[in-house]
Ligand binder design. Sequence first.
Ligand code: BJW
Ligand code: ZN
Length: 284
Amino acid sequence: MVPSSNILDFRQVLHDSKNIVAVVGAGVSAASGIPTWRDSDGIWTAYDPAKLATPQAFTANPSLVWQHYHALRDRALAAVPNPAHLALALLCIPDLLRGIAPLAKFTLVTQNIDGLDALALERTIESYRAGRGNGDTCEASRLYEMHGRVLDTLCTSCDRRQCDRTSPLCPALASSSLRTAGDEIHSKDLPRCLHCGGLLRPGVVWFDEVPHHLREIWEVVDHADLCLLIGTSSQVQPAAAYAYEVVDHGGKVAVFNLEQSVDDDHCEFLFLGPCAETLPAVLF
Ligand code: BJW
Ligand code: ZN
């Protein structure tokens, strides 16, 4: 199939859809200054994921892994949502969604760990409520952060998960970065749990771990008649399978990406370019 980039045709499909799911990847945060994983300047192009993003890597060298995540946390703390995050957040507000897709339910599934989708949603809900000025509650659509959050910590002993925006999380991580990671930090000086003293780990989903909310996400994907696949290379399972599942049961896929990929032959629509520009332009 040769995908179309006709905006009016896409808007008609959007208008007629009943269950829309957006599956989001690192390209959505690119305009916020967060590097992607597999592009030429991506994190996994410079570093080996097997040494940094697996439970085995953490057991073998928690100091190295924490120095890597300290740098990722600082990037996430400095970043603000861009127009792509905000466009998706607008779709999460049922009253606004009704304007372009009157029959639809919308669900946002992000693979990103930077928390920017949630921040954009929080801010959008706040301004929407402030704009209405009548204290109306606003029941936003669901957001599933399937690979966790880099600003969360997870205790390896008592399993407590907590959002902690402190930086550095402990004095030993001050001024450390992966490039200076030659100096090993003793385990007792790494971030520790305030409740039980156990070693903390970053609250993200590593390779070989089970992503979050899988049952809820499959339920949404199984019923979706339109999947927006935005800024992802679709190389990581299970997220990579979602668009195929939507096509398999007769739904449509619209891809928003910088470049065309071999997998795009299953999509009905393809909008090439930075999604911080294409997404707002195509949706609204
Ligand atoms: C733009 C843009 C702009 C740029 N505008 N676009 C062998 C075969 C198949 C599968 C496996 C296998 N061996 C193991 C597996 C499974 C494994 C996997 O898929 N591995 C493959 C890499 C081979 N998956 C897992 O282990 C997952 N768990 C799992 O499968 O559990 C088993 C299970 C499942 C279900 C039920 C029961 C059990 C866990 C995956 C965890 C992924 N973790 C990471 C890191 C998190 C934080 C960290 O540790 O540091 O998550 S990896 C990394 O990749 C991150 C991302 O969320 C994820 C996806 O990357 P994404 O978002 O697609 O980024 P990129 O960089 O790849 O692509 C960016 C795209 O944006 C590109 O297309 C650009 O063109 C585009 N772009 N700028 C628009 N401005
Ligand atoms: Zn603990």
